[in-house]
Design a protein around this ligand. Structure first.
Ligand SMILES: Nc1ncnc2c1ncn2[C@@H]1O[C@H](COP(=O)(O)OP(=O)(O)OP(=O)(O)O)[C@@H](O)[C@H]1O
Ligand SMILES: [Mg+2]
Length: 504
């Protein structure tokens, strides 16, 4: 049989961590195979072994029945194994077409522009991957960037495609579209593996499911013979207790006050149109909306990262419109950005350095020009313990952390600054059930101690669980606001889709 991969007894160790423990996995042509597991279970590591990024300490891989030794991603590509990573690896100033052919050494790009364009268009339509080959990558939404990554793998001849948490960054509609693409690939005889945390989606999109826990394969089951509840139990190794409901908190004065704010996006188009919104102390306002409708720009306008063209941003009564991010941090604002590794944390630095990234001027951390290593170490240790961040060492680069642990570290740092206002964009995106519950508890604890919280999510259950008030955003406009209690999910859905004035 072709397009089949067998992994046998794969073990991969990192200093202090057994990331994969004698894992067997068979991926077959014509199947969509889901890989499930909690944050840090070893999913990305296993797939990195399969794509030649990591050499396993033990175990064998065979492709189409033949033993394969993968010394580099190039070896994997030559065998038709392609991967779309959790954190994209595109060159932002380049066009889509340039990114797709990057690393393809045959002939010069300029001479073959037409031909390349044709091939990209052919792949796009064959698999339903809409994207403009001439657009620059920095102008694309996250969903579009992902399509470029997939096209890049297909262009290089991938017949076994691996996607690491592809839906974590997508809107529900985009996710459905992606699943249709994956299904088409399987129907055309390719093999697909995708990693995810969303159990419902697994049930919709996968044929076979493998669950990893603590680096081991605990089960491989056909979709038809399992259910979300069983999968959750396999993932965490016990029955899950439901999350605690939020307690009533007395709201204080207005902390964030946005008045008629207009901003532009990176393409110079209107991204926020006349947005007025308030958040009080001890209150959580959830911005519901499909990602890419102005949520990121909203966070950036509040935190001084994006120019406000018109309107005002008041924080605790002070007009901070278009002030520097530094001044806004000093005013007590914490920011959990959508793009954790690009903006929130410095991938190449260790936990120590990332923890003090914003505090390096505080007397507790430095005296004069000198940093206090002991104080920094104590701070880092405390945060890692208090927020249960799993790290191999405080000096190893944070890019080595699993997605969930990265997010916890970022939240730990931002929350420990005792902010007046927390701006959190998609704070649980890509997190497993346990880590999601932990982040929810962290945010609710901040609310209880009087912080004002503005957060955005695409997950309506999450919005309704955490928020006191819901604001629905679509195309840069606030379409409506309502108390979370007793809110009508249907109505919110309609507003998210742009229906004015609620019920259409
Ligand atoms: N290059 C590395 N060096 C050291 N430790 C690593 C490295 N890569 C991963 N780890 C560790 O190995 C374990 C498995 O990580 P991995 O990234 O495979 O998890 P994951 O299942 O993909 O998690 P997530 O759902 O959060 O992405 C984790 O404890 C992680 O910190
Ligand atoms: Mg991962």
């Amino acid at each position: 049989m072709t397009n089949t991969v067998e992994m046998r007894g794969i073990t991969k160790r990192f200093p202090g961590v057994l990331a994969n423990d004698r894992v067997d996995l068979t991926v077959r042509a014509g199947q969509v195979h889901a890989l499930l597991g909690e944050n840090g279970a070893g999913k990305s590591t296993l797939m990195s072994v399969l794509t030649g990024l990591y050499r396993p300490d033990e175990g064998e891989i065979s492709v189409d029945g033949r033993r394969a030794v993968l010394r580099s991603p190039g070896d994997a590509i030559a065998l038709g194994i392609g991967m779309v990573h959790q954190h994209f690896r595109l060159v932002r100033p380049f066009t889509v077409a340039e990114n797709v052919v990057l690393g393809d050494r045959s002939l010069g790009f300029v001479y073959r522009r037409r031909e390349i364009q044709r091939k990209i268009e052919e792949l796009s339509s064959r698999y339903g991957l809409r994207v403009d080959p001439g657009a620059k990558v920095w102008q694309l939404s996250v969903g579009e960037q992902q399509r470029v990554e997939i096209l890049k793998a297909l262009y290089r001849g991938a017949r076994i495609l691996i996607l690491d948490e592809p839906t974590a960054v997508l809107t529900p509609q985009e996710a459905r579209e992606l699943y249709r693409t994956l299904r088409r690939m399987a129907d055309q005889g390719q093999a697909v593996v995708f990693i995810t945390h969303k159990l419902e989606e697994v049930m919709d999109a996968a044929d076979v499911i493998t669950v990893l826990r603590d680096g081991r394969n605990v089960a491989t089951v056909p979709k038809d013979e399992t259910n979300p509840r069983e999968l959750a139990r396999l993932m965490v190794g016990r029955e899950l207790s439901p999350e605690k409901p939020k307690e009533a908190v007395e709201c204080g004065g207005t902390v964030l006050d946005l008045r008629g704010v207009h901003v532009q996006n990176d393409k110079g188009l209107p991204a926020l149109r006349d947005v007025s919104l308030t958040v009080r102390a001890g209150e959580i306002v959830g911005v519901a909306g499909v990602a890419g409708n102005g949520q990121r720009e909203l966070a950036e306008a509040v935190t001084g990262l994006r120019r406000v063209e018109k309107g005002k941003v008041l924080i605790a009564g002070a007009d901070l419109t278009n002030r520097s991010p530094r001044e806004i941090i000093d005013a007590g604002v914490s920011h959990i950005p959508e793009d954790r590794l690009g903006m929130g944390l410095v991938p190449g630095l260790g936990v120590h350095d990332n923890v003090i990234l914003k505090d390096y001027r505080l007397p507790a951390i430095c005296s004069g020009p000198l940093l206090k290593p002991r104080a920094i170490h104590a701070r880092a240790t405390e945060l890692v313990e208090r927020f249960d961040v799993k790290v191999a060492g405080l000096d190893s680069p944070v890019r080595l952390l699993s997605g969930g642990n990265l997010q916890k570290l970022l939240l730990a740092r931002e929350i420990s600054a005792r902010p007046k206002l927390i701006v959190a964009m998609l704070p649980t995106r890509g997190l497993d059930v346990g880590a999601t519950a932990a982040i929810h508890q962290m945010l609710l604890a901040q609310r209880a101690s009087g912080a004002a919280i503005l957060f955005a999510s695409e997950d309506l259950d999450e919005i309704l669980r955490l928020s006191d008030r819901v604001a629905v955003i679509c195309d840069g406009r606030i379409m409506g606001e309502m108390p979370a209690e007793g809110a009508d999910v249907e109505e919110i859905g309609l507003l998210m889709a742009g229906a004015r004035g609620g019920r259409a």
